[in-house]
Design a protein around this ligand. Structure first.
Ligand code: NZQ
Ligand code: ZN
Length: 392
C-alpha cells in the first residue's frame, strides 16, 4: 500500500426527505446571495426547480442556466461574471455532473480576475494554492460521476478541442442525494452513468500498487452492486432501491475512499476525454466502448492474476486457470455493457473516420502520462491509436 491522507468534508444528505426541509438552511448558512446553476431544463420538467425556488424564498437568487453536458468553458466564464457582479456567497448546483463540475470552477473563479480557463488549464494549481473558493451546495439528479463528493471538475474548451480535468481545494460543502430525482433520467444516461461508475471502479482496481486488499474488496462489492442494479433501473426507472444503490455507488466510487493506498494512474478516462473533446459524445458511453478493448490490451503475464481475481470475485467465474478466468471476465464485462444498450463501437456514436486518432492519442498520452507509468500498463501513442481503431 502507498502512503495516503484521506479527508472528505462533504455533508451528505441521502434519501427521500431532506430537500424540502433542509435546503434553505443548508444554503443560507453561507450567506444571502445565491447563484443557482442548472442545465438545459430537466429540473423544470421534473418540478424540482419550483421546489428549490420555494426552499430559497427570502434569499437573493441569481440564475445561471443552460450548462451543457461536457460543460463548456463559456458557461464557467458566465458564472464567474455573475458571481462577481452579484457578490455571490454560495453556489447551489442542481443537476448532473456537468452542472456540479462547472459550479466548482466558478466557485474558484469568483476570486480570480483572469480568464477562468486558466484555472482549468493549470489542472487547479492556482485554485488550490492562491485563491479562495465559494462553498458549493448541490442537488444531484444523475448517478454517475462522483462529483458530489470530490474536488474534481472536467471542463471542455471547444475552441482548443480539449477536455481537461482540474481540481480545486474543496469537495462540495453539502450534497443532497435523493434517488427519486433520478427516476426521470433517460435510459441512455442511466446506462452511461452506470458504466461511468463502473469505470471509476476499474480505473482504481487495476492499479500498480500491490496487496491493496481493503480497496480491492470495497471495489469488488461496489462493482457487483452496479452490475446488479443498473439493469433493474433500466427496466424499472422508478425502482427506489436500484436508483439508491446506483446513487450511493456513484458517490462512494469516487470520493477518495477506494483510491486510498493506491498509486492511482488512470488510463481509459484520459483516452475517453479525447473522444468527448473532439466529438462531444456522452462520457460513460465512450468509456463503455473503450474499456473492454483496453482490458484486452492490458492483460498479460504480469496482470493476469489481477484480472483473474476480478473474474472470480466480481463475475463469479469458477475455473482454475487464471488466463481462462481473466479472458472470461473481460468477455463478461463486454457482454454486460452491451446488455445496457450501450453501442459497442465508435460508429455507434457516429465516429466514422480515424483522421483525428493520432492527435487524440498524443493528447491522451501527454495528459495521462500513459507512456510513463501514468496508467496500470504503459501505453504509447501507437497503442492508443490502436485502441481507438479496435473500437471502430
Ligand atoms: O441539462 P439537463 O437538462 O439537466 O439534462 C441533463 C443532461 O442532458 C440530463 N439529466 C440530468 N439529470 C436528469 C437529466 N434528465 C432527466 N432527469 C434527470 N434527473 O442528463 C444529461 C447529462 O447530464 P450530465 O450532467 O452531463 O451527466 P453526468 O452526470 O454523467 O456528467 C458527465 C460529465 O461529468 C464529467 C464527464 O466528463 C462529463 O463532462 N466527469 C466528472 C467527474 C468528476 N467531477 O469527478 C468524473 C467523471 O469521470 C467525469 O469525467
Ligand atoms: Zn468518469
Amino acid at each position: 500500500m502507498e502512503d495516503f491522507r484521506f479527508v472528505n468534508k462533504t455533508d451528505i444528505r441521502f434519501g427521500k426527505n431532506h430537500i424540502d426541509e433542509e435546503l434553505h438552511d443548508a444554503v443560507a448558512q453561507y450567506g444571502q446571495n445565491v447563484l443557482l446553476a442548472y442545465g438545459g431544463g430537466s429540473i423544470k420538467r421534473s418540478g424540482l426547480y419550483e421546489r428549490v425556488m420555494k426552499a430559497l424564498e427570502g434569499l437573493n437568487v441569481v440564475e445561471l442556466t443552460g450548462i451543457a453536458p461536457n460543460p463548456k468553458i463559456d458557461s464557467v466564464r458566465e458564472g464567474q461574471r455573475l458571481a462577481k457582479e452579484h457578490d455571490i456567497d454560495v453556489i447551489l448546483a442542481v443537476g448532473g455532473g456537468s452542472v456540479i463540475d462547472a459550479s466548482k470552477v466558478i466557485a474558484s473563479a469568483k476570486f480570480y480576475d483572469g480568464d477562468a480557463w486558466d484555472l482549468v488549464a493549470d489542472r487547479g494549481a492556482k485554485s488550490r494554492q492562491n485563491i479562495d473558493q465559494l462553498p458549493v451546495v448541490d442537488i444531484l439528479t444523475l448517478a454517475a460521476t462522483g462529483t458530489e463528493m470530490n474536488p474534481g471538475s472536467v471542463i471542455s474548451n471547444p475552441e482548443l478541442k480539449v477536455k481537461v480535468g482540474t481540481y480545486g481545494p474543496n469537495t462540495p460543502a453539502v450534497s443532497f442525494l435523493d434517488p427519486q430525482l433520478t427516476y426521470s433520467v433517460s435510459k441512455w444516461q442511466t446506462a452511461a452513468g452506470s458504466f461511468d461508475i463502473f469505470s471509476h471502479l476499474t480505473e482504481q482496481y487495476f492499479d500498480r500498487a500491490n496487496d491493496t486488499d481493503i480497496s480491492d474488496g470495497m471495489i469488488e462489492g461496489m462493482m457487483r452492486a452496479v452490475i446488479k442494479w443498473a439493469p433493474v433501473a433500466l427496466a424499472t426507472p422508478d425502482h427506489y432501491e436500484a436508483r439508491a444503490n446506483l446513487m450511493w455507488a456513484s458517490t462512494m466510487a469516487l470520493n477518495g475512499l477506494v483510491r486510498s493506498g493506491n498509486v492511482n494512474g488512470w488510463t481509459v478516462h484520459p483516452i475517453e476525454h479525447e473522444l468527448s473533446a473532439y466529438y462531444d459524445i456522452t462520457h460513460g458511453v465512450g468509456l463503455g466502448i473503450l474499456t473492454p478493448r483496453w482490458m484486452k490490451r492490458a492483460l498479460s503475464a504480469e496482470t493476469v492474476a489481477k484480472f483473474a481475481r476480478f473474474g472470480r470475485n466480481v463475475w463469479s467465474i469458477q475455473e482454475d486457470d487464471d488466463q481462462v478466468v481473466a479472458e472470461k471476465a473481460i468477455q463478461a464485462t463486454y457482454d454486460w455493457i452491451k446488455s445496457l444498450d450501450i453501442p459497442m463501437t465508435l460508429q455507434g456514436v457516429e465516429i466514422t473516420d480515424d483522421t483525428n486518432f493520432r492527435a487524440m492519442a498524443e493528447s491522451a498520452v501527454k495528459i495521462g502520462r500513459l507512456d510513463q507509468e501514468g496508467g496500470y500498463v504503459n501505453l504509447t501513442v501507437d497503442d492508443v491509436v490502436a485502441l481507438y481503431q479496435a473500437s471502430m
